[in-house]
Design a protein around this ligand. Structure first.
Ligand code: ADP
Length: 294
């Protein structure tokens, strides 16, 4: 968020109201969400959002280390947002900085409000968010990906969490700012809600907006959140979809089966090599089980 920063080198809103990337003021960038993209994590998701590419991985609920962080009444959610050094045009210094700590904190707090944390006392749910390519709105893309990864990990939650940042550019309220709009615009309003209840999980504002402009930016966000929520559900549905058979499956009759194969035990008997002649014979079965006759 660098509101009122570098002045734009070209006009960002055309005469017909279109933005320089061709979008209407209330239009989202193209978004794709994929669930379960990593084998080793308990749950994962990959989001492409315009030029943003964000990966989220979840582990847990699992034991908390260091132990003094344990809460005997509930689980803690520890999100770590990280921007790869190659995610922006000038190499970003690797490692945590104030911005990534702030984003990690707001994402942790948003997720703690949807996870049924009281079901898992003394544990942690760890969420790793890696921004591979950044083009503004990465906290929202990260939170959107993280909640899909949590659901993919089977962590009980009240709902998925869609997030989006609208704002103001050249006196026009626009939905889902891209990097140029974020850097040169006048305001940025990232927002996340629980769609089922309408509760707010994240609302930030940077820059200046009148009351009406803020209401419009929030309305754009809400419309976008409903679309993103549908994409999140679709991603999970796709991963867990069962195969639909076109015709009902009927077991074949015995006479339709191929001729019977030799039994597996017979093969094993043939394959088993003969024991070397100088080894003692194996102990009887009841001794091998070690029950000692008790
Ligand atoms: P968000 O990504 O949630 O919009 P910001 O508003 O802080 O968060 O950042 C806007 C965009 O500015 C980022 O998505 C990224 O493209 C760019 N940016 C942020 N931090 C850096 C940095 N340290 N170096 C280069 N670009 C950055």
């Amino acid at each position: 968020m660098r509101m009122g920063g570098t002045p734009s080198t070209h006009k960002m809103i055309a005469k017909d109201g279109k933005r320089y990337d061709g979008r209407a003021p209330d239009e989202l960038r193209p978004i794709s969400i994929q669930a379960g993209v990593l084998k080793r994590a308990d749950g994962s998701a990959y989001v492409t959002w315009g030029e943003n590419k964000v990966l989220a991985a979840v582990y847990g609920p699992r034991e908390v280390h260091p132990r003094h962080l344990q809460n005997p009444a509930r689980a803690i959610v520890q999100a770590r947002y990280n921007m790869a050094s190659f995610s922006v045009s000038e190499r970003k210094r690797p490692g945590p900085d104030r911005r990534s700590q702030e984003i990690s904190k707001i994402i942790s707090e948003a997720l703690e409000a949807v996870v049924f944390i009281e079901q898992f006392p003394r544990t942690t749910v760890d969420v790793f968010i890696e921004v591979l390519q950044a083009d503004a709105g990465t906290r929202c893309a990260g939170l959107t990906a993280a909640s899909v990864a949590l659901a993919d990990a089977g962590v009980p939650m009240r709902d998925l969490v869609p997030a989006c940042a609208s704002g103001k550019v050249e006196n026009t309220v626009v939905c889902d700012l891209n990097k140029e709009e974020d850097n040169c615009g006048e305001a940025d309003v990232p927002m996340a809600i629980i769609p089922r209840t309408g509760e707010f999980l994240l609302l930030q504002m940077d820059g200046h907006l009148t009351y009406d402009e803020l209401m419009l930016a929030m309305q754009y966000n809400i419309n976008a959140l409903m679309k993103i929520h549908a994409l999140q559900k679709e991603a999970l549905r796709k991963k867990y979809a069962t195969v639909q058979l076109e015709e009902p499956f009927v077991l074949p009759k015995r006479e339709e089966l191929p001729p019977e194969e030799p039994r597996i035990e017979e093969y094993r008997e043939q394959e088993r090599p003969a024991p070397p002649a100088d080894l003692p014979p194996p102990p009887p079965d009841d001794m091998r089980q070690g029950n000692g006759g008790a």
